[in-house]
Design a protein around this ligand. Sequence first.
Ligand SMILES: Cc1ncc(COP(=O)(O)O)c(C=O)c1O
Length: 389
Amino acid sequence: MPAAASLFRLATRLDEVGFSDIVLIRNRIMELRAKGATVYQFEGGEPYRETPDYIKEGMSAALRENKTRYAPSSGISELRRAIAKKLREGNRIPADQENVIVVHGGMQGLFGSFQAVVNPGDDVLVFSPYWTPIKDLVGHCQGRLVLVSVDEARANGFRETLTRYATERTRAIYFNTPMNPSGVVFTRSETEHAAQFAIDRDLIVIADEAYEDIVYEGEHVSIGSLDGMFERTITSFTFSKSYAMTGWRIGYAVAAEPWMTGLRKAILYSSNGVSTPTQWAALAAFTTESDFLATSRAAYLQRRDLLLAGLNELGLRCAPPAGTFYAFPDISTIGSDSRQASELLLDRAQVATVPGVVFGPHGEGHVRFSFATSIETIESGLESMRRNL
Ligand SMILES: Cc1ncc(COP(=O)(O)O)c(C=O)c1O
């Protein structure tokens, strides 16, 4: 082989790292729009509300006060202290400021978490269908994704099911609740069974609680709050969904040692911390009295019920998601292939969704609708499906 051919190759650790399919869907939407079509957009993954003014004012004040210099790469201590308090009081996770690191959104927290835990050749148990980037984050560590069907775990028991999929190479469990894309919220008992399994097998849990504030039925339980779990759990949180701050890129992770050292290294040598004014804005989210979380939850619930009623009426069977702002209906009445079903929804009804198979093989037979959008979009999208499907 000529030297150039072997030299001009990406590092092998990127072999299993891909790009999101969602880009392809966005391109198709842009094409349709360019042709003058109205597209009812249900494919997104972000709150429809604006960031609250008191958070914006937190950044404005920081700028006026020239809080614009390097911050400690783990985050300003005012914010880390406020986060630790929120974790203790809200999540029952026994965290101090030293257990908290401020990161560029859930994505960077998860990136650092997998980097801190997974060695090449390690297996990671992932409840499925799962949020697609997890495959790439595990791939970047040259680990192996082992999918565990949520339906199977719910039918046969969490410990029994996890036991069935675990190998001697299993190192960690990715535990996302509330879950994207299915909207499943794990119950306390399910969480306890998963935790006991992790303790028995001496596994690390990487918990992803991006949607902790968007729960309609049941309760949000942080697995890191359970007995014996704090030392073996890294939990990733984000301001993106709770506070409509997707573009600000800020979140936090909580962990004990040695995981915190791993996170600090990953953050120090990638971004060297989050922009200082953004951190002051995030502090305002935790220190200002507001009903923003409650009003958001109520607004999403109203949208969930409207979309669900319409989908079920159309024969797209869907159980109400207990959390998140996603509905994940069964598309068997319009086909078995979720990519084809998603295309058909777009071509015939101008309704944009994400094919379920994007979230792994257990997502096939479904498409994902986000109901984080206006009531008008939901009503018009449903009407278009009624007329055109
Ligand atoms: C399950 C889950 N985890 C984490 C994230 C990361 O969010 P962000 O990086 O915007 O904070 C998302 C975003 O869609 C998500 O759906």
